[in-house]
Design a protein around this ligand. Structure first.
Ligand code: ADP
Length: 525
């Protein structure tokens, strides 16, 4: 009737029963005492008893009876079990925290509405240790107080998707309609809210929650998150132990959130530092090249001018200078001045690039827009380059439909074509051809300049339009000298301000096609 079982619930064999063991002469004390489970006499409940005892013997040492002592340990064992389980869970949480992968470099984890794996693990463990229905964790940014849900457990998949979709974006703790509750959370108080009572009963309650427990998650005095849990529609009464446990769990969760935030900050700081270092390096290089590029032609011009001045002075000081000598002096002077002129053009180009770049930076690049024909602009730029680089084959392919009406700043668009062309000329081998192509696609006109130069890798292609960017290892192969890494940056700004796009198709080691598009202006519009 008592249905005697051992502490694991297995039926006790007759020889294992306490009475049998005791009558066999066993002393059942200390670690030899045993736990049994029996049914209460009314058959309603199981009770766990700890049994100790010993036999009684006569003067001959024969067992003639015995004493068994039964302690009811039902509650104590339950408590022990729960404590063990809780400890195990807390340890798992600490482990989850320590072993969490360092994913601080990805930015997604700080985008709104994504489940954080470590926070989800903590929510699951909380659910199992407190035996509740649902647990959710929301992170709060300490500076902006923006709340960001990071975990929910206890919802079936479909409801979970809906839950994530319904979470408001960019809501702030300080915007809460219940400031007095927020104030209590800030003082680290756990709130037990009866959702069936005012003011909560007026709000929608899709999961039919009766009692909601809200625990602040804080590190030091800073609130970094909220842990919400419920037992569904049960009117669950939270014991002091449960509240203490929730607080401990919330504390661990706070560490997770804080750790993730710090990792993220560290990743950002690293990225910023790298970007800054790269920008500084580019600036240093630029300053070096710019001063060298400006100084070299200046020195040459200065030398030529001094030479011309000296020759002319000498001639003027000779009393009886003959005509052929004078003619010779004038001819060399003219040649030196012509060479100076080339250097001056180079200087002017660099100074103009610098001016344009600084105007772009100050948002002061101005355009004189007017209706014009793109064919003429491209033709003129190509002819100029053909004239200056007579030995290079530069071909131009035009569409059959002409003119190509656009609204544009003629000089600026010419500048872009010239820049693409002079890059193609200077970065590809001196005998290779350059192809310029103009094509119409619907309302858009497409201009491209192709060369058979070194080409650019994908990574280089990403940076090519940035200010001061110059590809390492790409040398000027012919023509007008080193650049400052500004040309393409200026081209992109010009084209984008005309409502077009720029781009590059390139095979490293084979070719590059730099292109831009512009919207055609329709007649009658
Ligand atoms: P730069 O005045 O230095 O030529 P750009 O902005 O025009 O400045 O070009 C940036 C960099 O892009 C150049 O320094 C060069 O490394 C690379 N580049 C430009 N055009 C070509 C091309 N056609 N082929 C290969 N590399 C090019």
């Amino acid at each position: 009737m008592l249905n005697l079982r051992d502490e694991h619930g297995h039926l006790l064999a007759p020889e294992k029963r306490p009475v049998t063991r005791m009558l066999k002469g066993e002393v059942m004390t200390g670690s030899n005492a045993m736990d049994i489970i029996i049914r209460t006499l009314d058959g309603q409940m199981n009770v766990q008893l700890n049994v100790s005892g010993t036999a009684m013997r006569n003067s001959h040492g024969e067992v003639i009876g015995g004493v068994l002592i039964f302690h009811d340990v039902t509650e104590r064992r339950q408590l022990e079990r729960r404590t063990q389980e809780t400890l195990r869970t807390l340890l798992s949480m600490a482990e989850a925290l320590v072993l969490a992968p360092e994913t601080g470099s990805t930015s997604e984890e700080h985008t709104p509405k994504t489940a954080n794996p470590v926070a989800t693990r903590i929510a699951e463990l909380t659910c199992s240790v407190l035996g509740c229905r649902r647990v959710s964790i929301t992170a709060i940014d300490p500076e902006t107080e923006v709340m960001r849900p990071i975990a929910v457990v206890g919802l079936p998949p479909e409801q979970e998707r809906q839950w994530w979709a319904e979470q408001p974006e960019n809501s702030r703790l300080s915007d809460s309609p219940m400031p007095e509750m927020v104030a209590r959370l800030r003082t680290n108080e756990v709130l037990i809210l009866d959702m069936t009572q005012p003011p909560f009963d007026a709000a929608p309650n899709p999961y039919n929650i009766h009692i909601m427990l809200t625990a602040p998650m804080a590190t030091g005095n800073t609130l970094v998150g909220l842990l919400l849990l419920d037992h569904g529609s049960d009117a669950h009464i939270y014991t002091d132990e449960e509240i203490a446990l929730t607080k401990a769990v919330a504390k661990l969760g706070a560490l997770v959130i804080e750790r993730e935030r710090l990792l993220h900050e560290r990743a950002n700081a690293r990225a910023n530092e790298l970007a800054l270092r790269e920008a500084n390096q580019r600036m240093d290089e630029f300053m070096g090249i710019a001063s060298h590029e400006l100084k070299t032609p200046m020195t040459t011009i200065k030398g030529y001018v001094q030479l011309v001045a000296r020759r002319l002075k000498n001639s003027s000081q000779q009393e009886h200078i003959r005509l052929p000598e004078l003619q010779q002096t004038l001819a060399t002077s003219a040649e030196l001045l012509e060479r100076s002129d080339i250097q001056i053009a180079r200087l002017t180009r660099l100074v103009n690039e610098l001016l344009d770049a600084s105007r772009i930076q100050a948002n002061k690049l101005e355009f004189h827009m007017e209706p014009c024909d793109l064919t003429l602009i491209v033709q003129e730029a190509v002819q100029n380059q053909q004239y200056e680089n007579a030995r290079r084959p530069i071909t131009l392919e035009l569409p059959s439909i002409q003119p190509l009406p656009i609204i544009a700043d003629v000089d600026r668009i010419g500048q872009v074509v010239t820049n693409y062309l002079s890059n193609a000329l200077k970065y590809s081998p001196p005998t290779t051809p350059i192809r310029v192509r103009v094509a119409v696609d619907g309302q858009t006109v497409h201009v491209s300049v192709s060369d058979e130069g070194p080409g650019l890798s994908e990574e280089e292609q990403e940076h090519i339009w940035e200010r001061f960017y110059r590809v390492k290892g790409i040398e000027v192969q012919s023509g007008s000298g080193v650049g400052l890494g500004l040309g393409l940056h200026i081209c992109r700004t010009i084209i984008e301000r005309h409502g077009g796009q720029v781009g590059l198709d390139s095979t490293p080691g084979a070719d590059s096609t730099f292109w831009f598009t512009l919207p055609l202006s329709l007649v009658g519009q």
